[in-house]
Write a protein that binds this ligand. Structure first.
Ligand code: ADP
Length: 314
């Protein structure tokens, strides 16, 4: 407030001094009558102008200070909201972690007893009873997978991962070996770029990303005539690589594409392909907690390409 007053006073005095100097310069060359008449007029107009300038400075300064105060207030509010959001997020994550962890043991026990029951009943378990029994077991298994994925999702970012330099090529080959039965059964041609890079991150997290992406490419390859999956990479900047997994499978319906990375979103349930709808959420979370980005491009009936930007070795 004091500063504003001083500024305004300074502007007022400056304008008055200017008026005075100008009037003196003008009156030096003026006649006597002009001097008596012009001096009070010039000084009066100058004083009015100086008051107006002082006032303008005052209001501009006050407004400036008000805006600064408002910005500071909003910043504090925003920071507070951010803190609350982070707390809520970690509460939700711990809740998911606890719930999925605790729900797993009754399921393990259901599956265990189901096995015992099957062995004990032997041939007595048949027909409709066997069908019901198998459905119970299949549902319990599906729920175990769901809980396992939820548990994984809640772990990403909560637990500090040990990072290292990871060679992508052997990791991809390891994943492809695990998927070999499905790849052979579906007769999928796999093309892996020879210059896959070395990445910086936790090996098991990078593995999870590509298990999900390549696993999905295999799962959703559909009935294409020449099923094909291409895994490639390119250096995007000095410290990041773009890795892509391309398939010529069933693609993702256009209207659902904005929801692809959201949890529990599944778009091909009718085709009976199994899944939990959590894999791509895990991918996104892992990639983002490592400072990267995950996105995709998909054409229904033609295929999808999933991209990941990942930091290069340090
Ligand atoms: P899911 O366990 O169902 O595979 P994801 O989170 O991995 O869960 O994927 C979510 C949904 O996105 C899938 O159910 C599927 O509909 C779609 N999707 C993912 N990857 C592909 C792909 N490569 N091609 C076609 N659809 C895909």
């Amino acid at each position: 407030m004091r500063k504003t007053f001083h500024y305004s006073l300074l502007v007022f005095l400056g304008c008055m001094a200017l008026t005075f100097l100008l009037s003196e310069a003008y009156l030096d060359r003026a006649g006597d009558i002009e001097k008596t008449l012009a001096r009070p007029i010039i000084l009066f107009v100058g004083a009015l102008f100086s008051i107006a300038s002082g006032f303008l400075t005052w209001s501009l300064e006050t407004r400036d200070q008000y805006l600064k105060r408002e910005v500071d207030k909003r910043t504090v509010e925003l920071e507070q909201k951010n803190r609350e959001l982070n707390t809520k997020n970690s509460e939700i994550e711990s809740f998911i972690h606890i719930v999925s962890h605790d729900l797993k043991s009754p399921l393990v026990s259901i599956l265990g007893f189901a096995n015992v029951l099957k062995t004990d009943l032997g041939a007595a378990l048949s027909g409709t009873n066997l069908e019901y029994f198998n459905r119970i077991v299949a549902n319990a298994k599906q729920m175990t997978e769901l809980l396992q994925d939820l548990l994984e999702l809640s772990r990403v970012g909560r637990i500090e991962d040990q990072k290292e330099n990871v060679q992508l090529k052997p990791l991809i080959q390891e994943i492809l070996l695990e998927l070999k039965p499905q790849i052979e059964q579906k007769k999928i041609e796999i093309q892996v770029s020879s210059d896959l890079p070395e990445l910086w991150g936790a090996r098991n997290r990078i593995r999870q990303v590509f298990v999900n992406l390549i696993g999905n490419a295999v799962k959703y390859i559909g009935q294409s005539e020449k099923p094909r999956i291409v895994i490639a990479a390119q250096q995007k900047s000095a410290d990041a690589f773009e890795i892509s997994v391309r398939d010529n499978g069933i693609g993702i319906p256009k209207e659902s594409q904005r929801k692809v990375f959201q949890i529990f979103q599944r778009f091909h349930q009718k085709s009976g392909i199994e899944g939990t709808g959590i894999g791509l959420s895990i991918v996104k979370k892992i990639v983002e907690t490592n400072g990267g980005r995950a996105w995709f491009d998909s054409e229904p009936g033609k295929g999808s390409t999933f991209f990941v930007d990942w930091p290069a070795v340090r």
